[in-house]
Design a protein around this ligand. Structure first.
Ligand SMILES: CC(=O)SCCNC(=O)CCNC(=O)[C@H](O)C(C)(C)COP(=O)(O)OP(=O)(O)OC[C@H]1O[C@@H](n2cnc3c(N)ncnc32)[C@H](O)[C@@H]1OP(=O)(O)O
Ligand SMILES: CC(C)C(=O)C(=O)O
Ligand SMILES: [Mg+2]
Length: 551
């Protein structure tokens, strides 16, 4: 048996069948090009008879990609097959994928045909498709709920009719791994009885699997079928597809790669795909963007948290040796690397690691002070802890005496329904007891307040604007959020801001108040105090603290 597993990607056909997903021809071409770079073996480009748009999409893909087979779906009738062929005939390697259901429930209620009639339609469809191309795939829809002996009969007859790939779909995600293994084994036995086994053993006829995820078993079932002899897996990027989706391409590929040892031990040889795994993340993100189907953060392989570590014990392990908590190299999948994310569960090792990565070397005593302050003031307070908040705590610990500004008073208007803009007037006291007063307007009260504070202190607040910095005074807002601590209207507003200056220095500020505008003002002034203290004393402090670690 061959060790090669063929990856049949159906993102553009079954994936597009996800409720709410509709791709334009251009978007389909963009995804097809990404799939070609990913090096899938077959792209199922669509179901051409379904609509003129689907036809155009398949045709455009057939004309665009070169190093990959292009498949088109067709029911078991001549019109569907003719239309499929018209759409894919210019492809380098065109494949017609014809199908009909074989389960009694589908025969009785949907097709309203007998088993004999369906067998005949299947055989005729394969023979008809074969007139166009040698690459004919047949699928027995709802195979896993079909009578096993009848299914075996259909499989044998479609192979005799010329099908080179026979797909055994778990259309409704019903089977379980051991049962699916036994079903594929049963069909392999049927080939032996029909004297077709040599074709299968030599790879001239291939069993394919196509699993849906209704019970969350699509990937497990697909892998199980590979152990039983299937050599083509039908799957979609990010696992999108009908209902709960299809088997996720990235999970199958990485399971085969990561557990190659297991497949080799069990089969006597490894299972291999030709996928360029570094293309997985870019392709996943493209599919998510164009389909509008968000990737859940904890999604295996491609979720934002798949290689992120927030809890102290794990962070310590990963800092010492990535392999303690990671079974794959994120860079092999197309991520830039693993991420140590500061948060509620972070410990001292992660804090030390983060500070060192920003150039701060601290003695154990100083580290203990910063960690304690981080624990008290940030860990439980913020949901998302950018690294700048940690550095901010360090600056508070050692440079608080340098902080120059304090909000003395503020008047900020809030409007509803009036054709006017909110106005903010702020009074800030500096450490020479001079008052700095300014007012400004904004799109909302916090925007107005931030502009007024910046103006009072000689800065120009650009908001989150993408435009380039043009003056030393420019300040860009990188992150802003307000969380409520407590319940109801009496909860405490906690505001976090991260700002960036002309030189690319980012600092964070925190402010708390029962009035959320006041919390925002405090946060911005805190950030500006830290920024100015860092500018005047930051580098010197780095050297002083590092010297303490030597002595
Ligand atoms: C498991 C799967 O993913 S199968 C693929 C599912 N994908 C899609 O259905 C997406 C695109 N589908 C469509 O645009 C439409 O359903 C079309 C254009 C294909 C057909 O539209 P309509 O002609 O209006 O038929 P409709 O969808 O209502 O019903 C399906 C018909 O196909 C028949 N049919 C279903 N599967 C097959 C098959 N594999 N082979 C032959 N006939 C079939 C049904 O019995 C029914 O026939 P009837 O009209 O004689 O009762
Ligand atoms: C058309 C077939 C292969 C299908 O999508 C299914 O059975 O789920
Ligand atoms: Mg399907």
């Amino acid at each position: 048996m061959t060790s090669r597993v063929y990856i049949f990607d159906t993102t553009l056909r079954d994936g597009e069948q996800s409720p709410g997903v509709s791709l334009t021809v251009e978007e389909k071409k963009e995804i097809a090009r990404a799939l070609e770079r990913l090096k899938v073996d077959i792209i199922e480009a669509g179901f051409p008879v379904a609509s003129p748009g689907d036809f155009e999409g398949v045709k455009a893909i057939a004309e665009t990609v070169k190093d990959v087979q292009v498949a088109a779906l067709a029911r078991a009738n001549q019109k569907d097959i003719d239309t499929a062929w018209e759409a894919i005939k210019t492809a380098t390697a065109p494949r017609i994928h014809t199908f009909i259901a074989t389960s009694d429930i589908h025969l009785q209620y949907k097709l309203r045909k007998s088993r004999e009639e369906v067998l005949e339609l299947a055989v005729e469809a394969v023979k008809y498709a074969k007139k166009y191309t040698p690459l004919v795939e047949f699928s027995a829809e709802d195979a896993t709920r079909s009578d096993w002996d009848y299914l075996a009969q259909v499989v044998v007859e479609v192979i005799k009719a010329g099908a080179v790939t026979v797909n055994i779909p778990d259309t409704v995600g019903y089977t379980v791994p051991q049962e699916y293994y036994e079903l594929i084994s049963h069909l392999v036995e049927a080939l032996k009885k029909a004297d077709l086994y040599d074709l299968f053993a030599e790879g001239k006829v291939c069993f394919s699997v196509h699993c849906h995820n209704d019970l969350g078993l699509a990937v497990a079932n697909s892998l199980s079928a590979l152990l039983a002899g299937a050599r083509q897996v039908e799957c979609t990027v990010n696992g999108i597809g009908e209902r709960a989706g299809n088997a996720a391409l990235e999970e199958i590929v990485m399971a085969l790669k990561t557990r190659q040892d297991y497949f080799e031990k069990t089969l006597g040889y490894p299972l291999e795909t030709r996928i360029d795994t570094t293309q997985i993340v870019p392709t996943s993100q493209l599919v998510s963007k164009l389909t509008g189907m968000m990737i859940q953060p904890n999604k295996a392989i491609v979720g934002a948290n798949a290689f992120a570590h927030e809890s102290g014990i794990h962070q310590h392990g990963v800092i010492m040796h990535r392999g303690t908590y990671e079974i794959m190299d994120p860079q092999e999948i197309g991520w830039t690397g693993s991420a140590i994310v500061l948060g509620k569960h972070s410990g001292r090792h992660a804090v030390k690691f983060k500070l060192e990565s920003r150039g701060w070397k601290l003695s154990p005593e100083d580290l203990a002070k910063v960690f304690e302050r981080f624990r008290q003031e940030v860990k439980d307070v913020l949901r998302t802890v950018h690294d700048e908040y940690l550095e901010g705590v360090l600056l508070d610990e050692f440079l608080e005496d340098e902080y120059r500004y304090q909000v003395q008073a503020a008047y900020v208007s809030s409007l509803y329904g009036a054709p006017l803009k909110p106005l903010a007037q702020v009074e800030i006291l500096d450490n020479k007891k001079d008052k700095r007063v300014a007012f400004d307007v904004g799109v909302g009260s916090i925007d107005a307040a931030f502009k007024a504070v910046a103006k009072a202190l000689g800065y120009n607040f650009m908001g989150t604007a993408e435009k380039d910095f043009s003056s030393e005074k420019d300040l860009r807002l990188v992150d802003f959020h307000i969380d409520a601590v407590g319940k109801g209207t009496e909860s405490l507003g906690v505001c976090g801001v991260v700002i960036e200056d002309f030189h690319g220095k980012r600092v964070a500020g925190l402010g708390k108040d029962y009035d959320i505008v006041a919390a925002g003002l405090k946060a911005l002034v805190n950030a500006l105090n830290r920024l100015e203290a860092y500018r005047s004393k930051g580098e010197e402090l780095k050297r002083t603290l590092a010297q303490k670690t030597n002595g």
